[in-house]
Write a protein that binds this ligand. Structure first.
Ligand SMILES: [Zn+2]
Ligand SMILES: [Zn+2]
Length: 136
């Protein structure tokens, strides 16, 4: 007898037999038909935006963003497609953050490092002063 590995479908929560795609049959079917609708739509409207596609196909923006990120709908072929920046939600076509957020992140990190340096310097200063006090 073979043991069946079952789990809850991460999409709809139903118990299903585990498979490579990590989705139950119903969800796989929905996902496939969502994808087909998107791909068909893009064949007709090559330059459509993500929002236009969602409206025309009825596929949720969230799902379309996943298709784009998984490169099932490659942005290199479809100039109108974007997905939201992880931080501010503005439409982007590469990385997880838009340019503004990436620049802000870099300057935040630099600022944090500077603060750390200052704290360290102050720490050293205290030590020296303490030593002097001991001497007198
Ligand atoms: Zn499911
Ligand atoms: Zn952003």
């Amino acid at each position: 007898m073979t043991m069946l590995k079952v789990a809850n479908c991460p999409s709809c929560g139903k118990v299903y037999q585990k498979n490579i795609r990590n989705l139950c049959h119903d969800c796989q079917f929905v996902l496939d038909s969502d994808y087909t609708r998107c791909a068909d739509f893009l064949r007709r409207s090559h330059k459509a935006t993500t929002a236009e596609m969602s409206e025309a196909t009825g596929v949720s923006l969230r799902q379309i963003h996943i298709f784009i990120k998984e490169n099932k709908l490659p942005v290199t072929y479809y100039p109108g497609l974007t997905y939201p920046c992880n931080s501010c939600g503005s439409g982007i076509r590469q990385h997880n953050l838009c340019l503004n957020c990436r620049m802000r992140l870099v300057s935040d990190i630099r600022h944090m490092r500077e603060q750390e340096e200052k704290v360290k310097e102050r720490g050293v200063g205290f030590q020296i002063r303490d030593r002097e006090r001991i001497r007198y």
